[in-house]
Design a protein around this ligand. Structure first.
Ligand code: AMP
Ligand code: GLY
Length: 421
């Protein structure tokens, strides 16, 4: 099979790495950090003659890429623009949860300071304020400080912090508990649950500092056992697919439930319409067989065959640029990628990486594994690399991941020291 993966992050690299063990895989547009490992192209997915297209990120889904490709007869894993509203609009999500009776936090929508303050009064602390539109995982503030909450509300409504994505905000009741990322592969009416993962969203050790797109991840997760997954499947995924179908939306793609394990059972924090990043970098390496067949069946609306899952543990540490998340420093030369890749049980996925001089490697020399020289690649955005360790125990996975991270160097790099500890 010829599979095209759309996207340019570590998640897409993880998809391509897994699928390329059995199939021909091309990532578009990809990034220079993956080009030494998998084939990349700057061509449009439709022009690459694919048997299957897997769309990684949410933005092209919200913009209707899956609809466009399907209209030309291509099998696509990824929801339509309408289905992608589950992630593209928090207000759409909360409305659907209410209709489908999916357990989630109570909420209200505010378009003015007055409405926002009333919602703060109604729910009390902790105050949870979200932009309605897409904000790359950074549009949410959770705080006990009322003054900070009001300041954030005012900035979002004024379009200062997130432009028009923020001028309508969702304010929620605060929930408490451990978080779990659950991934359902959906064929429009039924689903297969993939291994669950835990994401470390805050920038700093001990879960301090600002929210980011994710600084690390682990899989499996102690409290992501079968009973919890069954509850998520039956109380969230199944009614959501049924409600979407009633709205005429046949959801074929990954549905990622961000779940809070509260004292009164699992509750939905949010849906994403794609795989998590960095969760993909721990979950996909643990799937040792059948991934392509399962993705193709889901894309075609057919019964999804199960996949083989290894009992190994995986831990991913994200290596981020200086200044991330506010103002990541670009252009810093990176060394140590090949050295880390050569370690046993270590995978290095490229994310915010470009070739020195800004040229894409695509079309220059054919990509050859093991051909990255120190200093040839530079930082290009906030999350630069994702380093995954695989091991027979969580401790072994962890020490392998950190051994890999320690070989990598660039000016001002930052990473968390406490992933999986
Ligand atoms: P989201 O982008 O909706 O996943 O939110 C980002 C993070 O904010 C989540 O991973 C949670 O840690 C936190 N969060 C979101 N909604 C709530 C809530 N209702 N109560 C408590 N924490 C929340
Ligand atoms: N790791 C969080 C996300 O992908 O949204």
């Amino acid at each position: 099979m010829r599979i095209v993966v759309v996207g340019q992050g570590a998640r897409e690299h993880a998809f391509a790495k897994n699928l390329s063990s059995q199939h021909e895989v091309i990532v578009t547009p990809g990034n220079a950090g993956m080009a030494a490992d998998v084939e990349v192209s700057s061509l449009d997915a439709a022009d690459l003659d694919p048997d299957l297209v897997v769309i990684g990120p949410e933005v092209p889904l919200v913009e209707g890429l899956a609809d466009r490709l399907r209209a030309s007869g291509i099998d696509v894993l990824g929801p339509s623009a309408l289905g992608a509203q589950l992630e593209g609009s928090k207000a759409f999500l909360k409305q659907l949860c209410a209709e489908a009776e999916v357990p989630t936090a109570a909420f209200g929508v505010a378009t003015s300071l007055q409405e926002g303050r009333e919602l703060f009064d109604r729910f009390g602390p902790p105050y949870v304020i979200k932009t309605d539109g897409l904000a790359a995982g950074k549009g949410v503030l959770v705080t006990n400080d009322r003054a900070e909450a009001e300041e954030d509300l005012a900035a979002k409504l004024a379009g200062i912090s997130f432009g028009t994505a923020g001028t309508r905000v969702v304010i929620e009741e605060g929930m408490q508990g451990r978080e779990l990322s659950v991934f359902a592969l959906c064929n429009g009416h039924d689903f297969l649950l993939l291994p669950a993962a835990r994401d470390y969203k805050r920038l700093g050790d001990g879960d301090r500092g600002p929210n980011t797109g994710g600084m690390g991840s682990i899989s499996p997760v102690d409290d992501g056992d079968t009973a919890v997954l069954d509850a998520v499947g039956s109380s969230m995924i199944a009614p959501t697919l049924a409600r979407l179908a009633k709205l005429g939306i046949e959801y074929r793609g990954i549905l990622y439930a961000g779940v809070m394990l509260t004292a009164s059972g699992p509750k939905l924090i949010e849906y994403n319409v794609r795989f998590g990043d960095p969760e993909a970098e721990v979950v996909l390496p643990r799937i040792t067989g059948g991934l392509a067949e399962a993705l193709l069946a889901a894309a075609r609306g057919e019964t999804i065959p199960s996949v083989r899952v290894s009992s190994q543990s995986a831990i991913t540490v994200v290596v981020a640029a200086a200044g991330y998340p506010e103002d990541p420093k670009r252009g810093a030369p990176i060394s140590g990628i090949e050295a880390a890749r050569s370690l046993e049980g270590v995978l290095v996925f490229g994310a915010g990486v470009a070739s020195r001089g800004g040229q894409s490697r695509d079309g220059e020399t054919p990509s050859r594994p093991g051909s990255v020289r120190d200093g040839e690649l530079v930082t290009a955005s906030g999350r630069v690399l994702a380093v995954t360790g695989l091991g027979d125990t969580p401790a072994q996975a962890r020490s392998r991941a950190y051994r890999g991270v320690e070989l990598i160097d660039f000016d001002g790099l930052q990473y968390r020291r406490d992933i999986g500890s």
